[in-house]
Design a protein around this ligand. Structure first.
Ligand code: CA
Ligand code: CA
Ligand code: CA
Ligand code: CA
Length: 255
């Protein structure tokens, strides 16, 4: 082989190496699109939690539908209609939910008894977006926010417990229209201890969390009549969010 052949072979080899590196760099996990989970984005902003949607920060966030029937059939609009917005800042995830509900129901006086069968807003968060089972652990939280603002989830010992300081909310109503404004703290579920000194996470631009939202609507019945969520859930049993963080969407915090 002469010198030109060596050079030609060298160039061909380097080209192959380059193509190989390009191909592999485009297949790194960070660049693979997540098509399994519904994708959401939260804009940056700090609303005042007063049950009034007139904050300038909310004007930067878009309305998203709360229209997926997880239990029951999709109700008529006069029975239930819901939409929501999300924002974040360093300390909190914020949710604004506009819920039209014809009858507001609170039949269980004790907030720890069948709280899901009274009208309530349910916020699902998985701080590290790990997915997986969270029924009796803190891998993720399913906060049931009652009409009076109390917050309930299931503890690792399978008891129902209050987590009132995890979600601060104010609700106002005018006719059938209810405005829920909520500030949610995010905790590292791997470190969270019942009764411990749990410090909420400092949130940052670009962070991805597991997130879902739902409304339990009961008007007249012993059990809730509808359970309306924000993400599509595959399969016959769509009421899985209280056990399985895998059905949550993926919410990216964006500036
Ligand atoms: Ca407000
Ligand atoms: Ca209703
Ligand atoms: Ca988790
Ligand atoms: Ca209702």
């Amino acid at each position: 082989m002469n010198r030109d052949t060596y050079i030609a072979l060298g160039i061909a080899f380097l080209t192959l190496v380059f193509i190989f590196l390009q191909k592999n760099s485009s297949e790194t996990p960070a660049q693979v699109e997540d098509t399994t989970h519904q994708q959401f984005t939260a804009a940056y902003g700090s609303p005042l939690i007063d049950g009034n949607a007139n904050d300038a920060a909310w004007q930067n966030a878009e309305w998203l539908p709360l229209d997926q029937a997880w239990i029951g059939q999709t109700p008529a609009p006069q029975d239930y209609a819901g939409r929501y917005k999300v924002l974040w800042d360093e300390g909190n995830l914020y949710i604004l939910a506009e819920i039209n509900d014809d009858v507001i129901t609170d039949t269980h006086e004790d907030g720890l008894v069948k709280y899901w069968d009274d009208d309530c807003l349910e916020v699902f968060v998985d701080e590290d977006a790990s997915g997986g089972n969270h029924q009796y652990n803190y891998n993720a939280f399913a906060y049931h926010i009652a009409l009076d603002g109390k917050v309930v989830d299931i503890a690792p010992d399978s008891s129902f417990q209050y987590y009132n300081d995890h979600c601060i909310s104010r609700r106002t109503s005018e006719g059938q229209r209810n405005i829920w404004e909520v500030a949610v703290k995010l905790y590292d579920g791997k470190k969270y201890q019942d009764g411990g000194e749990n410090i909420p996470k400092l949130l940052k631009n670009g962070k991805v969390i597991g997130f879902a939202l739902a409304y339990c609507d009961n008007d007249h019945s012993p059990e809730r009549e509808n359970f309306m969520g924000n993400v599509r859930v595959e399969g016959a049993d769509k009421n899985r969010g209280w056990i399985d963080a895998g059905i949550f969407g993926r919410l990216t915090l964006s500036e």
